[in-house]
Write a protein that binds this ligand. Sequence first.
Ligand code: ATP
Length: 252
Amino acid sequence: MAKTIAIVNQKGGVGKTTTCVNLAAALTEAGQRILLCDFDPQANSTSGMGVDKTVSKGIYDALIGEVPVEDALVHTKYGDVLPSNKALAGAGIELIGMERREFLLRDALDKVKDRYDFLFIDCPPSLELLTLNALCAADAILVPVQGEYYALEGLSDLMNTVRIVRRSLNPRLELDGVLLTMFDGRTNLALQVAEEVKHYFPGKVYATVIPRNVRLSEAPSHGKPITAYDRTSRGAEAYTAFAAEFLKKQSA
Ligand SMILES: Nc1ncnc2c1ncn2[C@@H]1O[C@H](COP(=O)(O)OP(=O)(O)OP(=O)(O)O)[C@@H](O)[C@H]1O
């Protein structure tokens, strides 16, 4: 049965998209059937998977019933993608008037879920209606936390939202784990952040950490995940190790 994981943190620029694209690609390479749903109007994971973000039909069109969700799927060698495009930017407002507005994404993904082992949802940097839809569609959340900033205040807001969603909308939602990103273990700040995050989320922080690596920031402009762009880079090694740890955890 497919597991749906929302990659979420309302703080911007913490590595949600980078994690979504590179975890999806590494798991596809490991033989898993993967769907990446780009639910961020910036559409960076769409282009990061090599898909043109000016596509005419994407997840937004499937949400509003303009096209069947199957018709919005794009197959790539790194995994399947439900692309985002600019139309999603206005969706927060447009969807407010729709019935089952918190469940539009869940209803759409349910139609294709059984084709995959894992569905990943790349969330926008906010806790508004799009993210609420992702939290209602997901079985679990994966939270990237940038190892270079104190992040706990934002994380407690996120976890409060998760508690509310679990109580009222999606009781199965759980915390898969926390991934430390852009991590430089030579700095005291990074080590302090890691300690705090481990204290706040006991047993939930992945042992693999993602280092800051320039090749990771270059890969998206080539429309490639890091394993296709530079397999020998530290970024590729880290995301490959993370995918292996992630898979092991799911089967435990
Ligand atoms: N480990 C890393 N090393 C170097 N650069 C990175 C790393 N992770 C992410 N970046 C770069 O940092 C920027 C922000 O990363 P990313 O887009 O993944 O964050 P995000 O949380 O999805 O952002 P947003 O909140 O805007 O959606 C991007 O330019 C990305 O290429």
